[in-house]
Ligand binder design. Sequence first.
Ligand code: DMJ
Length: 616
Amino acid sequence: MPGPALLPPPLGGSPGLRKPAGAFRLSEKFALLLVFSAFATLCFGALFFLPDSTKLFSGVFFQRAPDPADPPPAPVVVPRGDRLASIREQHAQVLKEAQDTLQRTLDDIQDEIRRDKQRLATRGQEPGPGQLETLGAVFSPPQGATGGEPTDPDVREKRNKVKEMMKYAWDNYKRYAWGLNELKPVMKQGHASNLFGNIQGATIVDSLDTLFIMNMKEEFKDAKEWVEKHLDFNVNAEVSVFEVNIRFVGGLLSAYYLSGEQIFKKKAIELGQKLLPTFNTPTGIPWALLNMKSGIGRNWPWASGGSSILAEFGTLHLEFVQLSHLSGNPVFAEKVMNIRKVLNRLEKPQGLYPNYLNPNSGQWGQHHVSVGGLGDSFYEYLLKAWLMSDKTDEEAKQMYYNAVQAIEKHLIRKSNGGFTYIAEWKGGLLEHKMGHLTCFAGGMYALGADGAPEDKTGHHIELGAEITRTCHESYDRTPLKLGPEAFRFDGGVEAIATRQNEKYYILRPEVIETYMYMWRFTHDPKYRQWGWEAVQALEKNCRVDGGYSGIRDVYASQPNHDDVQQSFYLAETLKYLYLLFSEDDLLPLEHWVFNTEAHPLPVIRKTESKTKEKSK
Ligand code: DMJ
């Protein structure tokens, strides 16, 4: 998924005050204000006219979720007079939203200019050690970028073991595949993935923050040097926008927030700008694939009727809001806020979000719903958008709790053996299968429990705990003690994969991620014990001479290796294990929100937020 490059904001300097990279002079801000006003007026006009016009010409309006038993849905033709009235009404509404958004942007910029004036008046106050500077704002890094040693010697030893695993994975990558995206640990050579086009260094960027929190200074220094010298986004290739965003943008942002090194911020903003053309669709719902050079986008050929995927376009929000916050450029936040507007205008079948949405028509594709693949991190990002906004983004909060309520009603079931699982929904029919990917939801329920409406905090923690138990069971019921890609609750089985193509394990993090959240919220020792079981299984079955490898069949008695050390193994699996055996003061959840690739992003405090109004 991809788009054309805009230049980063101009650099400038204020006499007497150390000027941060990316900051503007006052005169530049006024110019920016003017340019932005004109641009925003044009964009909003175009953006909102196009989708509505398609309705005008087609005369077809989406009404309700089809049942698979129904004949193909007949288009509902609305009489022309009503149609025009409804379109006029929608346009008036959209225009008002656009004006409000624009007004808030202008207010933000003017506030920023006022703040700059105050700072110039107190010139001479250099930022203190450990303070990071962003456009128009100086702030201290959020707490817990590093934590203390675990007090319990047994826990300390386990944490050291996890660090040793990280070192082993990293050293082997460095030795055999340095600068390439991933490692083939059996062949001992680089692994190319078409997800990143010919952008290189996925493992390096994905590992930066793990190296930082594990205090692996030398390795972090090598990684930073590589980023400075070799990380290049001027490539002529098609990339997955989702993957590049969660791994590269997310990895760079976290590295910046943890270390304060400007290079990471610069690279993150540069890449964000390169991704912008992916939003050039009639609705603003981004393409899945983007050619980084031409800025031309398209969708996966297999996706229902040319649709974009919910988990892909719904998993840009955190990073893009941070990009606006860091760069002072509202364009990133506006793009993701528009996605939300489009979603909120659509009817949801039974309150559920289908996995497919057509970016041209703005209508749902197939009515498949999943909290696993194709849907998963959309729900995660609704909750985390609210948390990252210092709980000011009420719209995200509402959307999250409405969505999980519908999921609970229509997708969550209990097996005869008492295991709670989240099934998949195919146009109203349930498929009683749960993906490994879906296991992140245990942690999500626990993380969102605190804000749950109607005194349901305990209920959400309980749901989180039940889902976690089910996912642990999916590991425990295999000879290799690692979980399959998907497991079923039908045909007389529970928490077991029955299809050959669902029996693999590719070093995925979701089950361990959920143990980490459950541990933080309950301190029930079983979660550390389950995490330790996973460590032992990884060591026994995935560790090979040249690193760590996935496994083709977790039900075999001996591992058959797939020969890929995924970059998310270092970014997520090992990071969540390390956090599981750390004290809660390392990346405390009140101050940090993890993106879906486990890259920690700081909560943007109400007082420091320049973009918070736009994320409402
Ligand atoms: C990671 O890239 C992310 O966690 C994503 O959200 C889902 N898939 C992988 C890990 O399994």
